[in-house]
Design a protein around this ligand. Structure first.
Ligand SMILES: [Zn+2]
Ligand SMILES: [Zn+2]
Length: 367
């Protein structure tokens, strides 16, 4: 019998858990406790916090203490843009139709990682992390650890510069070539001869733009097309703006002639690639931008914003990903921790250091 009233703290907590991450019966107690943290973003404390923030314009100090809380919720969580676990699941079922839903949710899944252009050997082969001496092979390895039970295949080069019908432009400020990303992801299955049921992650050396009136995008994914594309993001127009002290961009092409040669694989570059690759791949599995917590699936309006966001998923997004790939939550975190530590030894970055700290705290919470 259901005794808890929804206005009591316990009843309210139970209702919020159900609303955000749905039924947790299939999970063991310690995993359930992790998912239940989702309710923190809609708790009475969170509402009181949001109210005090509104009335006093309080600074970020009023939010959860980052040294103790595993997940920092948004304050307040906006009504718009919420994608709960059930909403996500309904999207998957509607997109494939009732007959095919089991194919998407319960069948094995494959992601084809396609290099879409030649990358300079200094960038790809100059790379060295225990067991890996090629950047692209390493990226595929990392995705495999981040997305357990997804088969990730490194495909041979498919040079899209030979596909003459693809739409590109030269950016008016940087004078650098950019591919129209929406055109790429709509055509890549056909161009590469990949089965429609499989997912594609394409990787370009050339920059990308999302639509004519917009400058630049590091990556973009289409759930509908089952295809995502990311780029090295070498010529973000905003970086030229910053270099000019915040003034509007002027003609800067003369000083960038040797930009390609000056690219070095360091911790910051790897952090950027891993952040974007994992975020875009998660979109392929139907995850929308997250408005509940600080989360890998937060929307970003600039590269710097994307880099400041976490590599890990909040409990709501993790619930979706776990259902999609059916991995062991704790084993995944342990695998990620080992992989991140090995990478940090060779190519340190602040983002990875924070991720390692978080993974250690989370594993402790689950153990
Ligand atoms: Zn996104
Ligand atoms: Zn999230």
């Amino acid at each position: 019998m259901f005794l808890g009233c929804v206005t009591s703290p316990e009843g309210r907590h139970r209702k919020n858990v159900k609303y955000l991450v749905h039924d947790l019966k299939p999970f063991e107690e310690h995993i359930r406790r992790l998912f239940e943290l989702a309710a923190g973003c809609l708790s009475q404390e969170a509402e009181a916090e949001a109210e005090s923030k509104q009335s006093t314009d309080a600074s970020d100090e009023s939010r959860c203490d980052p040294t103790s809380a595993l997940f920092q919720h948004k304050t307040p969580v906006p009504m718009m843009g919420r994608q709960t676990y059930r909403m996500w699941k309904a999207t998957l079922e509607l997109s494939t139709g009732f007959v095919f839903k089991s194919n998407l949710l319960d069948k094995p899944k494959t992601l084809h990682f396609f290099p879409l252009e030649h990358f300079p050997p200094s960038v790809t082969s100059g790379f060295q992390v225990q067991g890996y001496d090629h950047l692209l092979q390493y990226l595929v390895h990392f995705l495999q650890v981040y997305f357990p039970n997804l088969e990730v295949i490194l495909e041979p080069l498919h040079d899209v510069n030979t596909d003459l019908e693809l739409i590109s432009r030269y950016h008016s400020k940087t004078n650098k070539k950019q591919f129209l990303v929406t055109d790429l992801y709509a055509k890549l299955h056909k161009l590469t001869g990949t089965q429609k049921k499989d997912f594609i992650l394409g990787f370009t050396w050339t920059d990308l733009y999302p639509k004519e009136e917009l400058n630049f995008v590091l990556g973009e994914a289409s759930f509908q097309h089952r295809c995502a594309v990311l780029s090295f993001g070498r010529y973000e127009p905003l970086s030229y703006e910053a270099r000019d002290g915040g003034c509007m961009m002027e003609d800067v092409d003369a000083e960038n002639e040797n930009e390609e040669e000056s690219i070095v694989v360091d911790g910051d570059l790897l952090w950027k690639l891993l952040r974007v690759a994992t975020h875009e791949t998660s979109h392929l599995f139907g995850l929308n931008h997250c408005v509940f917590f600080e989360c890998s699936m937060n929307e970003s309006k600039s590269v710097s914003e994307a880099l400041a966001q976490p590599l890990v998923l909040c409990p709501v997004c993790l619930r979706k990903m776990q259902r999609f790939l059916k991995f062991d939550v704790l084993a995944r975190y342990r695998g990620l921790l080992g992989t991140c530590q090995t990478l940090q030894d060779a190519y340190p970055s602040d983002g990875l250091a924070k991720t390692i700290d978080w993974l250690q705290r989370c594993i402790e919470f689950l153990s």
